[in-house]
Ligand binder design. Sequence first.
Ligand code: NAP
Length: 295
Amino acid sequence: MSASRIALVTGANQGLGRALVEGLAARLHPDDLVLLTGRNPQRVEDAAREVTQLPGTRARVEGRVLDVADTEVIADLAKELESRYGGVDFVVSNAITRLLPEDSQAARADEFIDVSNTATHAVLRSFGPVLRPGGRLLVVASSLGTLGHLDPRLHHHFENASLDQVEDAVESWRGAIHNGTATQAGWPVWLNVPSKVAQVAAVRAVAAERREHDLATGTLVASVCPGMVDTATSRPWFSDYSHAQSPSQAAVAVLDLILAEDVDPALYGELVRFGRALPWHDGTPPVEQDRIVTP
Ligand SMILES: NC(=O)c1ccc[n+]([C@@H]2O[C@H](COP(=O)([O-])OP(=O)(O)OC[C@H]3O[C@@H](n4cnc5c(N)ncnc54)[C@H](OP(=O)(O)O)[C@@H]3O)[C@@H](O)[C@H]2O)c1
């Protein structure tokens, strides 16, 4: 790994993303650079300034506007970092669209899928090739991302799928929501479940292609589950959030994974929660009436 490291987190002006930036800024070195990215220029600027001023911050922190709904902008940033720094060491795809329990899931589907899935595919495609040896490319998913959370009729879309096939499955889900056939086909109303399964499947697809080379160079591609975190996005969904972690508590296990000296082959390409891989086939489909967050 090069002496000066570059880290980038999406959706990082608040919540878990911001805590990850704070942790990276505290645990990296003064000549390392952490890019705090988000969609809103003012919120990004404010957050970057605040993190820079924290007493524990050691690395340089720079705010960068990155609206992940624009896949060309993702590709451009990856190219820019490659030409300026020769690549990037740590990338965390974390952004999510906030949904409220009273929102119509179908009405918000395009925005939600663009930010969680289309953007994840773009991050994997654009940043995978510019990840330096020894780097980390992580997608923040959730424990809802294991295949068993989907109706068995849908498993074939994501089992041993390539990234193109995951992308096709996501677009067919989106189309089914638009034409009113999603429920009939087995897609749950609650967007978060298929979205998280698709994120984990996308990571598995990319990881399957690069596993051997990455393990030889100490590089990790994986999805992560932070556990239950008390953030503005999750709070409206909790009936009891007394056991939820603060964002900085939840960031610790993810930061440990990012900054671990070695890559555990058992975690490579997997959905990792608190340092352990969650079995891909775990889970049961949600009961639609119980819209309870299971992180
Ligand atoms: N909270 C939990 O209990 C929990 C559990 C499991 C998994 N997770 C996962 O953890 C991740 C972070 O969730 P969180 O709870 O920390 O959410 P959060 O506090 O709402 O943060 C979401 C971030 O994403 C940003 N964002 C939204 N749309 C964007 C776009 N188009 N481009 C760039 N950034 C965008 C938001 O920016 P604005 O400030 O501009 O809106 C915000 O900074 C998500 O992937 C979520 O699924 C969370």
